[in-house]
Design a protein around this ligand. Structure first.
Ligand code: GAF
Length: 389
């Protein structure tokens, strides 16, 4: 994302039109796709996401008073206005304004500065696909507001935490830190191995000649409306049953030893997290060796576990994953990605399998009797940054 990209130009133009002058700061934060390690982040586990080429742009300039005025370019130029020298109330669930309000309320709590500001916001993360439009919005807002108040290089971990706090307190989703960390720390050409306990982030470069394909399933998802928060509670129940601080502390032997007396659903939730953590570490090692066959095997097993043990997949996603995996063969793999309940499928594909995969996708949509969903390549991209200011 550069100063001259259409999204950035459009946001700056909208800022000018709304406020009659130039923005002082322009911040960008990307969306992400997760290759493996889902529903592990809030269990202190591992994940392997990759920041993408699209995200949210926030153009900002200081105001002389303590107001924040925010204009959402993508929502018919709707505007929100709040004061940062008074308690900031959330609106009802589902309002975009809650993201702005949550970040404005959260920044001072995490030691980051802010000041009165006028903002224009626009994004190009495909909505409802589980590609973290929400985290990219939160991180971009935090960066823009902190930069405007003089902190141009805020600690990226703190930025991620503010955005997560805002999701919990203002947006209504008890998410982990996966999405915000990926958005803040993204690296060009690389996925990221996240340890959600120590918060260590390590680059995991892609093997040469691989493509990341992102294929929408046609089933839109919504984190808050879904059973996401319920899954998080079930994981806490599982940790209590196994007497561990979090499911990260459980290994397969202890899991099996503690099965007696455990509710069958709670046991399956725990089994997903334990096995997914192990798969994620193996997947990072397979990427480092350039072993696409092993990466693909792990992605398939991850999908089966999310479908059967964690029960967050849907039939349309399962069918798409099966069609992709059949066409990919040993040259990579495909799985659902993110929170689940619809959204898109991610595939890592060796260059020599791509033509086969494209053919299989056309056949899949025809057979499903559905309009073909446009798929696209994910480009592993850098994390949140200032484009101006
Ligand atoms: C959503 C959440 F926001 C993340 O924190 C993570 O739990 C993910 O679902 C599942 O891995 O994106």
């Amino acid at each position: 994302m550069s100063q001259s990209s259409p999204l950035v130009e459009q946001t700056i133009a909208a800022f000018r039109e709304a406020y009659g002058h130039e923005p002082e700061v322009v911040a960008f934060a990307p969306g992400r796709v997760n290759l493996i390690g889902d529903h592990t982040d809030y269990n202190d586990g591992f994940a392997l996401p990759c920041a993408l080429q699209f995200g949210t742009v926030v153009a900002a300039a200081p105001l002389a008073d303590q107001r924040i005025i925010a204009r959402a370019v993508d929502f018919g130029a709707e505007q929100d206005e709040l004061r940062i020298d008074a308690p900031i109330a959330p609106l009802g669930q589902g309002h975009w304004q809650n993201h702005v309000r949550g970040i404005a309320a959260g920044l001072p709590l995490f030691g980051l500065p802010q000041r009165g500001a006028s903002l224009a916001i626009s994004g190009d993360v495909p909505q409802g696909n589980g590609l973290s439009s929400s985290a990219s919005l939160g991180v971009a807002l935090g960066l823009a507001l902190a930069a405007l108040a003089g902190e141009r290089r805020p600690d990226r971990q703190v930025l991620a935490r503010v955005a997560q706090w805002s999701e919990h307190q203002y947006v209504g989703c008890a998410c982990g830190l996966l999405d915000q960390t990926a958005s803040a720390f993204g690296e060009q050409g690389s996925a990221l191995l996240l340890d959600c306990r120590s918060l260590a982030v390590e680059p995991a470069p892609f093997p040469a000649d691989t493509t990341i394909l992102i294929v929408p399933s046609g089933v839109a998802r919504g984190l808050v409306d879904s059973a996401y928060n319920e899954r998080r509670m079930q994981c806490r129940q599982a940790a209590a049953h196994f007497s561990v601080e979090s499911l990260r502390d459980l290994d397969e032997a202890r899991l099996m030893a503690g099965q007696d007396g455990c509710d069958a659903t709670i046991f399956r939730r725990a089994r997903h997290v334990v096995t997914e953590n192990a798969r994620t570490l193996l997947a990072a090692a397979a990427m480092a060796r350039g072993d696409l066959a092993e990466l693909g095997r792990l992605m398939r097993a991850s999908h089966a576990s999310l479908r059967d043990d964690f029960e967050v997949s849907v039939a349309a996603v399962d069918a798409l994953v099966d069609a992709l995996n059949a066409a990919i063969g040993e040259g990579g793999g495909a799985r659902m990605t993110g929170g689940g309940f619809g959204g898109c499928v991610v595939a890592v594909v060796a260059a020599d399998r791509l033509a086969n995969v494209e053919r299989a996708l056309s056949a899949h949509w025809q057979q499903a009797g559905q309009p073909a969903q446009a798929h696209f390549r994910g480009i592993p991209s850098a994390g949140a940054r200032l484009l101006r200011g």
